[in-house]
Write a protein of this length. Structure first.
Lengths: 192, 163
């Protein structure tokens, strides 16, 4: 089987079928990576298309210094974070709503832990908790947990040292534990 | 090591990133520290909870959509009139409104032309026509007699004038 780099060389020489092969290999993981940032299937689909469009257009600039997937995640991260910032500016009402929701999740003294689970499913709670932590912590956790990247690869994607990645993941998880405590207490080991 | 350091180790432990020598130390600490025990429980639960957020499957036509999208972007923007007839335009209301406008315009033009071509012959027209005939007949009968009042035609050689 051809490596990603070999396929990229073929794309560079004008072979579009090689790019289709690259899409088959990586599209699903990139779309799911974006999905952890957006929690919206349609947005994830559109942004994944945008990521591959950028990759296709910058094929000529591609230098096989790092893994292809790392380069891909780097582009996807930029596209996602830019989109989130633009949407955040455009949709201030949603942000206010989000801040209220964030309070619900974080407040471990709230008696509404059980109600919370009934009101909102786990997916939304995790998304909101992740959304409430700093960008680099969120990105590191998503790459490590959902995409299965090693600390080295995460460091390449976000452009920092392995030590920094560990710190981001530790800090982020501490915050997640705090924010998700009502659900964790309610669900316990039996349900998880 | 204090509890904060052990909490870092606990987080590593739950991700399976373990340093064996430190893990032994952690086990000893957990036997005596209820706070870290509690933290270990929540860290495990949190890492498991994240797994509950399942991924999604891409739609089947994602590759076709990509190449179509690429071609569409490379074509560049079309003039607005062409966009109305673009097959990608999902909003058929534009085309419906345009068609309706064209139909109404054609019907209006045909109706106006038809109205102009119909001449209504009224009673007043009939009277005017009679009057015109009478005037014409009068002029025809009188013209020869009227000329007689001027007398016979004389030609004056000196003045070169008639009358």
């Amino acid at each position: 089987m051809e490596t990603d780099i070999e396929l990229m060389r073929r794309v560079k020489s004008g072979d579009d079928s090689a790019f289709t092969e690259l899409m088959k290999r990586h599209y699903k993981s990139i779309m799911n990576y974006i999905y952890r940032f957006t929690n919206d299937r349609n947005d994830s689909e559109d942004l994944a298309q945008e990521v591959f469009l950028r990759v296709y257009r910058s094929v000529k600039e591609y230098r096989p210094q790092a893994k292809f997937s790392t380069w891909l995640y780097k582009i996807a991260t930029n596209v996602c974070l830019t989109e989130i910032k633009v949407k955040g500016r455009m949709n201030k009402v949603s942000l206010d709503e989000f801040q209220e929701n964030k309070g619900d999740v974080r407040d471990s003294n709230s008696p509404s832990g059980y109600d919370l689970i009934n009101r909102r499913d786990i997916r939304d709670s995790i998304f909101q908790a992740l959304n409430a932590i700093p960008e680099k912590e969120r990105t590191s956790i998503i790459l490590c947990k959902y995409e299965g990247l090693s600390y080295d690869e995460v460091a390449d994607v976000i452009g920092c040292t392995v030590g920094a990645v560990k710190t981001y993941i530790h800090r982020g998880r501490m915050k997640l534990i705090d924010k998700l405590k009502p659900i964790l207490e309610e669900r316990g080991e039996n349900e998880l | 090591m204090n509890c904060e350091n052990f909490k870092d180790l606990i987080l590593d432990y739950t991700i399976d990133d373990r340093d064996k020598s430190q893990m032994d130390e952690l086990k000893v600490h957990l036997d005596v520290c209820s706070e870290c025990n509690e933290f270990l429980r929540f860290a495990n639960l949190e890492w498991k909870l994240l797994d509950k957020w399942e991924g999604i499957e891409p739609k089947e036509d994602y590759i076709i959509k990509f190449w179509e999208g690429l071609n569409h972007r490379e074509e560049g923007p079309k003039p607005w009139l062409f966009k109305l007839f673009d097959y990608r335009v999902r909003n058929w209301s534009y085309i419906s409104v345009l068609s309706l406008f064209l139909i109404i315009s054609v019907v209006a033009i045909v109706y106006m032309r038809a109205e102009n071509s119909v001449v209504k012959y009224t009673e007043k027209d009939r009277e005017d026509e009679k009057l015109l005939f009478e005037v014409d007949r009068t002029i025809s009968f009188d013209s020869a007699d009227v000329l007689e009042i001027y007398g016979l035609w004389k030609f004056d050689n000196d003045n070169n004038t008639g009358g």
